[in-house]
Design a protein around this ligand. Structure first.
Ligand code: GRF
Length: 235
């Protein structure tokens, strides 16, 4: 296998997506290795999770810098010190400045808890419920200066069930995130998903229909079974 791509992960909190990437990359056959974790929050619970897995962690606190440019420049320098090829945002809660994003464009990815382009921004699960969506999910995408607007790499769909509240729906989506994000990192690290002219270009020649559909909807098979069950259901 060619050299594994060194990946830096930026977090602000719990770090469950970070943990999913670390777990995937613990397989030596995975095309990316996790070079280090950077948090803008000194008390992010994810820091201890990564340290326990033997991954280098560092805090680059927002408050130590006069402005966002200075903060992002410090993060950029830290990523350079890690020799990072790819940067994965995993619950990183600060909007990155345009120079940073442009520098890393095509190598900077994010996981968002909604099926983009629906529900950009925060509080996605509550908004999906309020909108009456019956399918919700998550999106891994390349990061561009437009927040949550970059080209899509992979998506995972989950059903919205009667009686769902935001927390329950969030937990269902999070499970999909933990499948989709490692998949997206794999595709980017292998060069099978590339950002070109503002679009994602896929190189999936020879991939089976099943493999192709796994890229877009890992959870739709259970959903289809549920729909069959529903069709049989006569009150
Ligand atoms: C996830 O829902 C992710 O999609 C969003 O922020 C949340 C982070 O959760 N960007 P975690 O820190 O990865 O557990």
């Amino acid at each position: 296998m060619s050299q594994r791509k060194k990946t830096g992960i930026l977090i602000s909190g719990r770090g469950s997506n970070m943990a999913a990437l670390i777990e995937a990359a613990s397989d030596k056959g995975f095309p990316a290795e996790i070079a280090g974790i950077i948090s803008d929050q000194p008390d992010a619970p994810g820091l201890a999770v990564a340290a326990a897995r033997g991954i280098a962690v560092q805090v680059i606190a927002r408050g130590d810098f006069a402005d966002r440019q200075g903060h992002d420049a410090a993060i950029d320098a830290a990523l350079k010190a890690l020799s990072a090829d790819i940067v994965a945002l995993a619950g990183y809660m600060r909007v990155l400045t345009t120079p940073f994003v442009e520098k890393w464009q095509g190598r900077l990815i994010n996981i968002h808890p909604a099926l983009l382009p629906a529900f950009k921004g925060l509080d996605t699960h509550r908004r999906a419920l309020e909108a009456g969506a019956r399918i919700h999910g998550c999106t891994a995408h390349f990061v561009t200066p437009e927040v949550d607007g970059g080209p899509i790499i992979a998506q995972g769909a989950v059903p919205v069930l009667a009686g769902d509240i935001a927390e329950v729906l969030a937990a269902r989506v999070l499970k999909a995130e933990h499948q989709v994000y490692p998949l997206a990192l794999r595709l980017v690290a292998e060069g099978r998903a590339r950002m070109e002219n503002g679009r994602t270009v896929f190189d999936l020649a020879g991939a089976s229909e099943r493999a192709n559909s796994a890229l877009v909807a890992p959870d739709l098979r259970p959903l289809a079974e549920n729909l069959e069950d529903l069709a049989r259901f006569t009150p």
